[in-house]
Write a protein that binds this ligand. Structure first.
Ligand SMILES: [Mn+2]
Length: 320
């Protein structure tokens, strides 16, 4: 007679694993990742980073909801959008099986259904996400405080040479995990950052020149709008800051894949409402959307006019 012996190993003091889902585009998102990484390091928890954006957040939530159980899931610097709503059931499952903490500073209008789920929501529009993450998880840690300060300077468009240089390193396409690891070690500049930064300065100059050559100014229901086609490698923050210096009421950066980025100089304009015309969203001061069309050297002028017409059609509602 064969006897089979099963050995089941229970580990009682195994720390919870941390799943960190945070925005991948800027210092606030990657800074949030770095602070959570320090937190995990301090408590001996294993960490997995998900570098997310609005177009793949739902997908990540669905994947994690199928895999994670009994873990700490931290979502940061990502606001509510229709993609999140489409993954509501998966998120509900994720929240039931794990401890989910969502930390954000974006506009959550329309996200009430999500907030009724079993998650802890930490929100403020006065601070950036990295500051909220730091206060929650690493309140007394100096490195985390410095990361949060840099993220704040960039998010609130304040002067900080280091913050803006780090943002250029991110925009250069520098490996996100290596970047986060360096910050979480308290390493705010190194040779590799320097190299990436210098390389990106040349790309930036080219990007600005291209923007200037593909720039048109429109009048939209009494407001002025500078719109330009941008190279993919120029981030929407840099491209829109460049256009904002033209002094128009608002600006639209158009990317070859149809991505639109809205910023304003005139605080009377609610960009979130304009972005919603194109199925997008965001905040009053900064919003984004995507049109279902490739924008090329040949058709951009035509596409610009279509965008203006579409805004004008809804102008009563969006330009107050
Ligand atoms: Mn942010």
């Amino acid at each position: 007679m064969h006897t089979r012996i099963f050995i089941i190993a229970f580990s009682y003091n195994q720390p919870m694993a941390v799943q960190c889902i945070a925005h991948k585009k800027d210092l606030d998102g990657l800074g949030s990742h770095a602070i959570v990484r320090r937190f995990a390091g301090e408590t001996g928890e294993e960490i997995t980073h998900y570098f997310a954006d609005y177009d793949d957040l739902a997908e990540i939530i669905v994947k994690l909801s199928e895999e994670a159980e009994g873990e700490k899931v931290i979502i940061a610097d990502l606001g509510y959008n229709s993609g999140v709503l489409s993954a509501k059931d998966a998120l509900a499952k994720l929240c039931t099986a794990n401890e989910v903490i969502w930390i954000d500073h974006h506009d959550w209008d329309g996200g009430e259904e999500i907030l009724r789920l079993k998650l802890r929501f930490i929100h403020s529009t006065q601070l950036c996400a990295a500051e909220l993450v730091q206060r929650e998880f690493m309140p007394h840690d100096e490195v985390s405080q410095e990361i949060a300060r840099l993220a704040h300077a960039h998010d609130f468009r304040e002067e900080s040479e280091l913050a803006w240089k780090l943002y250029d390193v991110i925009s250069s396409g520098y490996d996100k995990l290596s970047f986060v690891e360096a910050l979480s070690r308290g390493e705010f500049w190194n040779e590799e950052f320097d190299e990436a930064y210098n390389k990106y300065q040349l790309a930036k100059e080219k990007g600005y020149a291209y923007l200037e050559e593909h720039l048109e100014v429109f009048e939209v229901n009494g407001y002025t709008c500078a719109m330009a086609l941008s190279k993919k490698y120029l981030s929407s923050t840099l491209a829109s800051l460049y256009l904002q210096r033209k002094g128009t009421d608002f600006v639209i950066v158009v990317y070859p894949d149809g991505k639109l980025s809205f910023r304003r100089n005139n605080p009377k304009i609610n960009l979130r409402k304009i972005a919603q015309i194109f199925g997008g969203g965001g905040r009053e001061v900064a919003a984004g959307a995507k049109i279902d069309k490739a924008v090329t050297e040949e058709n951009y002028s035509q596409v610009f006019r279509e965008i203006v017409e579409k805004i004008e059609e809804s102008a009563e509602k969006v330009l107050r």
